[in-house]
Design a protein around this ligand. Structure first.
Ligand code: ZN
Length: 412
């Protein structure tokens, strides 16, 4: 008989609990960050047993996992014959129908843990604050890009200072998704596969580490959250003016909610993003409103910048009613741009920007030049639109096809 989640401890289990009898049948109980039971069933007649296991696990939801990736892989390898994987469906909709007392066990508690990503050696640190009162579930995340320290430090401080007694709902604070990269001072990719998490959503359970993490985050963090605030800054070689991204490609009501969140961020500029393959943007695709805040640059951080991130997060939490220590302040003069132009370097060489970040530009003006190492001009970039410089490469050296300069477009 396989072991099962220990009821009293399930919330603090670091990662997932795997019950495996043979290769054809796996019941996986995710506990801790997510508290859902996932069931992979091979064969209809065995589902009953899997459900019975799920009932032992005091998780809030049991989800019959969508194993489309596994199904396709089996087809490709011609091993797919009698294995049957059902599509994703919620087996029990009631929050406490499997086990009970999930929330009551943890009400008013703060839990810190490393969450293991199934099928990988990735572990990311998070603090879960179960508020003393009912309310929304909000995720505040940092370290999607591991050299963007301002948000990471802000989350560390938020996790240390927020008292569960003051929280209405549930607050998930992800300290650094790319924790390995943070520690080994990697560039903004995962050391194990060289991938940028914000380019791989929706990910794949059969993919590389970053892709598995993306698939895991969709099923756990995104689906579990009412709202997401993702903290970023300029990477190691990037000047940046503070701004916020809001959904531009999600459903209209999700875009509207995202804009409401952006109105509570203390930056002068907001840009509607059409991206769909990043953590925050994929949340929008899944119907979860989110914003991405950019503050700080050049792979550095300061207390002042982290404090501003903290104030933005708290202001959003006040707006959502998760924090009730004051009145949220909405920004009246936030300039919202519908589009941005994101330019990569057409050649490698030495980069000489002509403008400063935050500076207004006119169509036709030079944005900068790339020269070879002997000083001969290779390329000059001119603005196609009026706008505002959001970020640009700070280093002298620049590589072909890597980010060079980005500006928000002023519509005429
Ligand atoms: Zn970033």
């Amino acid at each position: 008989m396989p072991a099962l989640c220990h009821c009293a401890r399930y919330r603090v289990l670091a990662a997932c609990f795997v019950v495996r009898r043979d290769n054809k049948r796996t019941g996986r109980f995710l506990a801790g960050a997510d508290t859902r039971a996932f069931i992979l069933a091979a064969g209809r007649n065995r589902n009953v047993d899997d459900l019975r296991f799920a009932r032992y696990c005091r998780c809030e939801h049991a989800v019959r996992q969508d194993s489309g990736h596994a199904r396709r892989r089996h087809r490709r390898t011609r091993q797919y014959k009698k294995h049957y994987f059902s599509s994703a469906e919620r087996i029990y909709k009631g929050a406490y129908s499997i086990g009970d007392g999930g929330k009551s066990l943890n009400t008013g508690k703060k839990i810190q843990q490393f969450v293991n990503v199934p099928g990988t050696r990735l572990n990311y640190p998070e603090t879960v604050i179960f508020g003393a009162h009912d309310g929304k579930c909000v995720t505040v995340s940092a370290g999607v890009h591991c050299r963007e320290y301002v948000g990471i430090q802000a989350v560390i401080e938020l996790a240390r200072t927020i008292d569960p007694k003051d929280i209405y709902g549930e607050l998930h604070l992800v300290h650094a998704f790319n924790y390995d990269g943070l520690i080994c001072r990697c560039s903004d990719v995962f050391p194990s596969d060289g991938k940028n998490l914000n380019r791989v959503f929706p990910g794949s359970t059969c993919g590389t580490d970053a892709e598995k993490l993306a698939a895991f985050l969709e099923e756990t963090v995104i689906r579990h959250s009412d709202c997401i605030v993702d903290l970023h800054s300029g990477g190691g070689y990037e000047y940046l003016t503070p701004h916020v991204y809001l959904h531009g490609a999600a459903a209209p009501e999700v875009c509207a909610q995202s804009q409401e969140l952006a109105m509570h961020v203390g930056v002068p500029y907001a840009v509607r993003s059409q991206a769909k393959n990043g953590f925050y943007s994929h949340a929008g695709t899944c119907g979860v409103p989110a914003v991405l805040i950019e503050r700080g640059c050049c792979g550095l951080w300061s207390e002042d910048e982290s404090s501003r991130d903290i104030e933005d997060v708290k202001n959003i939490l006040r707006f959502l009613g998760v924090l009730r220590d004051g009145i949220p302040s909405a920004r009246k003069n936030l300039r919202i741009f519908d589009r941005g132009e994101y330019l990569d370097a057409p050649v490698s060489g030495c980069w000489y920007p002509a403008k400063a970040v935050g500076e207004r530009i006119k169509a036709g003006e030079s944005l900068g030049r790339i020269c070879d190492i002997f000083g001969e001009l290779l390329h000059e970039e001119f603005a196609k639109h009026d706008g505002v410089i959001l970020y640009q490469t700070a280093s002298l050296g620049i590589e072909k096809d890597c980010p060079m300069v980005a500006y928000a477009i002023e519509e005429r």
